[in-house]
Design a protein around this ligand. Structure first.
Ligand code: 5GP
Ligand code: MN
Ligand code: MN
Length: 313
């Protein structure tokens, strides 16, 4: 059932025992949103647990409270509400749905949201789930301190490319300003996110070598072999093909193992969330992704065919 943000706030305030979760392949938005809500709710005396069916990538391990995030390995009894943040379908929360049996409240901003939850509030105009969580905290009258401000600023800034992408609105910038007033430090957050291990930069040089152009230069793709190279941090790699003059659709293939490829899409006009949905993924109009089973050759073939069709529409 679709509910208002006010009703979502009521549900949260009425629950004494909550589990918060976010999507697998976590990013700054889902982690920052979950950590901000956790930090605020815990201070109210509620019993709150954060569960995530994935590891927290090293680049986000500066976020306060990240080490309190648990993996879903044992059953959680007596949970009154499972709050799912920034995830647009049930598969995105992995095994959390198996260890928590409670009504699901989904707070999200993906246009591709499948409305899988018992209650959902989806604002596809919001640049990040972090914007919605900020509104929610205000509604709940929960004070935002420097720790929470750091988490929310990270959530918002990472999902809008530090206020450069098309989803950046006046509201996004206003919220960011408020969070700075509350103690978020953009230069420290940015430095934490930008600092990469050497293997990530080495992986970038290899990835750039794989650049291929299709469909008269309107599609550009790069391939990262995380399986062979072990580089975990590929954040921002896709911006290189995306920024090439004349490119309408950028693709990054990330080889996970011999049978699994993660695919990221970026575009200037084409709705890539629809393209990702064809392969069981999802996302936003200009940034989306999916995971496809199959060898790299087979996956590339399928993706390029679908991408060319999407451009022709
Ligand atoms: P990225 O390419 O940075 O991994 O993801 C871009 C956008 O697409 C993000 O908003 C992310 O949430 C969404 N996305 C990426 N992969 C998937 C997926 O497998 N399923 C769904 N539903 N969304 C995805
Ligand atoms: Mn996300
Ligand atoms: Mn998001």
């Amino acid at each position: 059932m679709e509910i208002s943000l006010y009703d979502a706030a009521v549900k949260i305030s009425q629950a004494g025992r909550l589990v918060l979760t976010a999507h697998i392949h976590p990013d700054g938005d889902c982690l920052g949103s979950m950590l901000a809500l956790y930090s605020c709710l815990r201070r109210t005396g509620k019993e709150v647990t954060m569960l995530l069916d994935d590891a927290v990538p090293a680049m986000y391990q500066f976020l306060p409270g990240y080490d309190e995030i648990r993996r879903p390995v044992t059953f959680y009894d007596g949970v009154e509400l499972l709050v799912v943040l920034d995830a647009s379908d049930e598969e995105r929360i992995g095994r959390v749905k198996e260890v928590v049996k409670a009504p699901i409240l989904n707070i999200d901003h993906h246009i591709s949201n499948t409305k899988f939850a018992d209650y959902w509030y989806v604002d596809s105009q919001a640049a990040a789930t972090g914007e919605i969580v900020f509104e929610l905290l205000k509604m709940l009258n929960l004070p935002v301190d420097a720790v929470v401000a750091c988490c929310l600023f990270t959530a918002i800034a990472t999902d809008c490319g530090f206020f450069r992408y098309a989803n950046t609105t006046a509201t996004t910038l206003r919220y960011a300003a408020e969070l700075v007033e509350k103690g978020a430090q953009p230069h420290i957050i940015s430095e934490n996110l930008e600092t990469k291990p050497l293997d990530s930069i080495v992986a970038l040089t290899k990835a750039l070598d794989t650049l291929e152009l299709h469909h008269d230069g309107r599609i550009a793709a790069i391939t990262v072999d995380t399986y062979a190279d072990g580089a975990e941090n590929t954040e921002g790699f896709i911006n290189y093909p995306r920024n090439i003059e004349g490119v309408e659709l950028a693709v990054m293939f990330k080889v996970i193992d011999e049978e699994t490829v993660r695919v990221s899409f970026r575009s200037r006009k084409t709705d890539v969330s629809k393209l990702a949905l064809l392969f069981g993924g999802g996302g936003h109009a200009r940034a989306a992704g999916c995971t496809i089973r199959g060898s790299l050759t087979v996956v590339k073939d399928k993706v390029f065919q679908a991408a060319i069709r999407a451009l022709q529409e």
